[in-house]
Design a protein around this ligand. Structure first.
Ligand SMILES: Cc1cc2nc3c(=O)[nH]c(=O)nc-3n(C[C@H](O)[C@H](O)[C@H](O)COP(=O)(O)O)c2cc1C
Length: 286
């Protein structure tokens, strides 16, 4: 059999030197030793725990300002920067190692704002006004992450404490109106001269294949375990088979909570419609 594949040598930083690897563009804000905000651009920031323990994994060179600040304060804000060439130009400038937090602030065109504080457990880093969404994270150093490579790179398991989102994008998220923020894709530092980003296009939708993914047995399995006081009819289970698996438990928990509030013990499709209508009305009121 012939094939068009050729072997690529796996080099250090293989994600940018030996492959095409699409990554997000995140400006991490942390608190510097003198109390100012440090701005560090990062792309190796990925979901690490998605069910129950919600966490991101950050890979940083061990002596970056960001790494030092996280080790000292445990706090980091992950600011997702929208596609805007002016902002990306500045991101690349801020990605040059060796500058202090203060020097970077002078260089930065980003607007820093103090987030509304949820709990008063000391100062939190400023967030970037231009960001689409911000993950407020706490470093979990209790969960030992055993890395097998060089000590030049550090791995931080960042627990997501909360997600802050611009109101218009929040509306799109909860209403599922098909609008998405324009977020750049970073292809990295590929040729010792340039950073490469790509401009996102409007996402399109592809229907889920019928009979694949979540099936009624998966829903039944969850339904029998979520709450012993609430019985789900088969028709009620069938109604939510299209929900992607990662969201299923959360969606079912919300339905059960609402049913309990109403003193309902058997979930039928009609009751689920009522619950959905009520939720939709609540969304419109927000
Ligand atoms: C778009 C972009 C993405 C980057 N991603 C990473 C990354 O994931 N990990 C890393 O160690 N450095 C990354 N860098 C390089 C850091 O930004 C650079 O080391 C910088 O000095 C870090 O700033 P800090 O020392 O203030 O944390 C990236 C740079 C740019 C421009």
């Amino acid at each position: 059999m012939t094939s068009d594949f050729v072997d690529v040598r796996v080099l250090d930083n293989f994600y940018q030197t030996s492959s095409f690897y699409p990554m997000p563009v995140i400006l991490i804000t942390t608190i510097a030793e003198d109390g100012t905000t440090n701005l560090g651009p990062y792309s190796l920031v990925f979901p690490f725990g998605i069910a129950d323990k919600h966490a991101m994994m950050l890979i940083s060179r061990s002596d970056s300002n960001t790494a030092n600040n996280i080790r000292r304060t445990k706090k980091a804000m992950l600011n997702f920067i929208p596609f805007d060439k002016k902002l990306l130009k500045n991101i690349v400038r801020l990605g040059f190692p060796g500058q202090t937090a203060e020097e970077k602030l002078d260089d930065s065109i980003f607007t820093l704002i103090q987030p509304e504080q949820e709990i008063s457990n000391g100062p939190v880093p400023d967030v970037i006004e231009e960001a689409v969404q911000v993950f407020e994270c706490i470093w979990d150093d209790s969960e030992a992450f055993h890395y097998f490579g060089t000590t030049d790179e550090s791995h931080f398991l960042l627990r997501i404490n909360r997600i802050m989102m611009k109101k218009n994008w929040y509306e799109s998220l909860v209403n599922g109106d098909g609008k998405f923020p324009s977020l750049p894709v970073d292809y990295g530092y590929r040729d010792s001269q340039y950073f490469w980003f790509s401009e996102p296009k409007k996402p399109y939708k592809e229907p889920l294949p019928k009979g694949k993914g979540v099936n009624i047995d998966t829903v039944r399995y969850q339904a029998d375990r979520i709450d012993p006081e609430i019985y789900w009819t088969d028709e009620a289970c069938a109604k939510i088979v299209a929900i992607p698996r990662v969201f299923l438990k959360k969606a079912m928990t919300m339905i059960v909570e609402e049913a309990k509030k109403r003193g309902i013990t058997t979930l039928t499709p009609e009751i689920m419609d009522e619950i959905r209508d009520k939720r939709n009305q609540e969304k419109k009121l927000r």
